[in-house]
Design a protein around this ligand. Structure first.
Ligand code: FEO
Ligand code: CA
Ligand code: CA
Length: 656
């Protein structure tokens, strides 16, 4: 092993040159090469080299000194937080694999009853009534809220889990694609949403959920929710069932999320477009049509054909219903009577996650990515300030503030562009008559501001040790080599990348930032993948593809969950750990592998960093009920679950 401590991006430049060599024998500099037909490729390469060269100048000295000081102050944390586990290998086993010295257990799985009275899970006797009181399908975000409220108890808490979507072909014995039974659709509606469930650790690693806890709750696609903030009550949010434009039934496609310092859950509505159908029956001159198209509402029938069973999913009959999805939803897990609030100030798009950080002046900043190819990275800055002594007052902080979208400049700087009605192009001339319009049609507003089109922004998280912000771009195979830019530097980006962003002066409310590429994922054994690992010797790292959700431990190590390795590597998805500072910065090691067909979501540490929770989402995807490819976890029908992983020997710290 030979970790490098050289300038971070030099191996990337080498990799780029290798790409030319292997792809075309360095004919890039002749007219016969595809690459030479692409001025962007060479321009970007030149920019990256010149950026590095510039760092050797006066400004570079200042930067190197600053980085040196930063790493000095992090030295202690990074040596204590050293990762010592032996990486596991990619595999195709139908089980969870963890390194030697670790144990893992299922905490809760699809269909597990939340109430003491049941109902018990029976795959052959499902009903919407039962599902409404059972753990939902396709667990995604996992957030642990310690009990009692606002403590750091590592042994008891409320687990908040998203149920992103359903796989009816795996759930039901006789599902007919495109022609479901009404009761199946009703079950699916109840299998979406969120579960709040109390869990406790009864002896090391023995995490169990508590049936009948007064906190246990399901929020589903039929639960009453409220729209709040600047867009609430807008004409475009009114439907025949809700003339006020403030009350919505349910939340859909809850992908990842976040936790607020005042102890609430943010659950994010992502690919909501798929639930609606019949856009093409709307009059094409209706101004709503262009907005629905921008968000991908299907022209004809939807794949799930729910519009056949519930008029609100039929855009012809309820043209405004899709505007009521695509929001960040705040839920107080400690209050089972809390009505979920869709916070419109945070914008409407396909929110992957929502990461909250309190700025040094007390304002609340929320980072969120719009997970679709060529979509954008956003942050929200509250007007009000966090009050550690008034929880109730904090519950309205996300209703007033400024939404920004990111522009990544080629020189390594960046700008946060405000999405404010009346400013710049966001005026009547472009169809915006209010801030509500800007928020409902966030994507169009961001288009007009010239934001940078990214390779599917997934999770965005802040590192508690170095304060930097990490933007995960999962992949984008539709970006061709003519469309690359320094922040999305690979065409046919199958494996995804992670960007490291530093807000100006460490101020999370700043409108300027600098950024670097942290990881270019892929198989280091494949030169075409152009793997770059923050300057670490790529030949030493684990193959990694399609990063999705990340979290950090207390020592600043990044833990990465993946979604897509079954497609790119023909192997199962997993969790990886990588230091962000010190000599092993960029040393990516595979920690956990899921069963067949799943993606891994959530990763979430207990407050003592001795348990790592994660969700096993859609085990067996790719198979059907009749022809399964997985029987995880029980040897029967595959069941999406949350698992806990802990250390069985030595230092109890995960990774240590
Ligand atoms: Fe639901 Fe962006 O993953
Ligand atoms: Ca995700
Ligand atoms: Ca995903």
């Amino acid at each position: 092993m030979s970790p490098r401590r050289t300038l971070p991006l030099s191996p990337a430049v080498t990799a780029w040159l290798q790409k030319c060599r292997w792809a075309c024998g360095e004919k890039c500099f002749t007219e016969s090469c595809n690459h030479s037909e692409n001025p962007t490729f060479e321009a970007i390469l030149a920019q990256r080299v010149s950026r590095r060269t510039a760092l050797r100048g006066v400004a570079g000295v200042a930067l190197v000194l600053a980085l040196g000081q930063a790493s000095l102050s992090h030295t202690e944390a990074s040596s204590r937080g050293r990762l010592t586990f032996r990486p596991i290998r990619l595999n195709s086993d139908d089980r969870v694999t963890v390194p030697e010295g670790y144990g893992t257990t299922v905490v809760i799985r699809w269909g597990d009853p939340l109430e003491s009275w049941g109902p018990e899970f029976r795959v052959d006797a499902q009903s919407p009534e039962a599902q409404a009181h059972q753990f939902g399908y396709n667990a995604d975000f996992v957030g642990l809220f310690p009990l009692p409220l606002l403590t750091n108890n590592p042994n008891r808490g409320l687990l908040a889990v998203n149920h992103e979507y359903t796989n009816p072909e795996l759930m039901f014995p006789n599902y007919r694609q495109g022609d479901p039974e009404p009761w199946q659709v009703a079950v699916e509606l109840e299998a979406h949403g969120v579960t709040i469930v109390e869990i406790t650790q009864r002896g090391r690693g023995n995490w169990v959920y508590l049936r009948g806890s007064r906190y246990n709750r399901r929020i589903t696609a039929t639960t009453r929710c409220e729209l709040t903030g600047p867009a609430a009550g807008s004409d475009w949010l009114k439907t025949s069932a809700d003339p006020t434009g403030t009350v919505v039934l349910g939340t859909l496609n809850n992908c990842a999320g976040g936790k607020t310092p005042w102890g609430t859950l943010l659950t994010c509505e992502e690919n909501f477009h798929q639930y609606f159908g019949n856009l093409d029956a709307l009059d094409s001159t209706d101004p709503r049509v262009a907005v629905h198209k921008r968000y991908g509402i299907p022209a004809g029938k939807s794949e799930r054909v729910w519009e056949r069973f519930d008029r609100r999913f039929d855009v012809t009959r309820e043209p405004n219903e899709p505007f009521r999805f695509g929001w960040v939803v705040e839920i107080d897990p400690y209050d089972p009577t809390f009505v979920p609030k869709k916070r419109t100030a945070l914008g409407r798009f396909k929110h992957e996650a929502a990461t909250v950080v309190i700025n040094r002046d007390g304002r609340v900043v929320v980072y969120s990515g719009d997970d679709e190819r060529f979509e954008y990275v956003y942050k929200f800055v509250s007007d009000g300030r966090f009050n550690p002594n008034n929880r109730q007052a904090n519950l309205t902080l996300l209703d007033r503030g400024t939404l920004y979208v990111a522009r990544f400049n080629p020189d390594g700087t960046g700008d946060w562009l405000p999405l404010v009605y009346g400013e710049g192009p966001l005026t009547e001339a472009n169809g915006f008559t209010s801030q509500a319009d800007v928020l409902i049609n966030t994507r169009r507003a961001a288009d007009l501001l010239g934001a940078t089109k990214m390779d599917r922004p997934e999770d965005i998280e802040t590192n508690p040790v170095n304060g930097r912000v990490y933007v995960v771009c999962t992949n984008n195979t539709r970006r061709n080599w003519n469309q690359i830019d320094p922040a999305n530097p690979r065409g046919n980006n199958r494996h995804g990348h992670i960007i490291e962003l530093i807000e100006a002066d460490g101020d999370y409310t700043a409108t300027r930032f600098t950024w670097e590429i942290f990881l270019l994922c892929g198989d280091p054994a494949n030169p075409d993948d152009l793997v770059f690992a923050a300057g670490f010797d790529p030949s030493q790292i684990s193959p990694i593809s399609c990063p999705d959700n990340i979290t950090f431990d207390a020592w600043g190590n990044m833990w990465i969950a993946t979604d897509g390795q079954s497609g790119t590597f023909r192997r199962n998805d997993g969790i990886y750990a990588v230091p962000t500072s010190g000599s092993e910065r960029g040393y990516v090691r595979m920690f956990l592998s899921g069963p067949r067909g799943c993606e891994i979501c959530g990763p979430e540490f207990a407050p003592d960093f001795q348990t790592l929770f994660c969700a096993i989402q859609h085990p067996g995807e790719g198979g059907t009920f009749a022809q399964p490819i997985s029987s995880w976890p029980d040897g029967t029908v595959p069941r999406p679950s949350v698992i806990a992983t802990w250390k069985t020997t030595g230092d109890p710290r995960i990774g240590g």
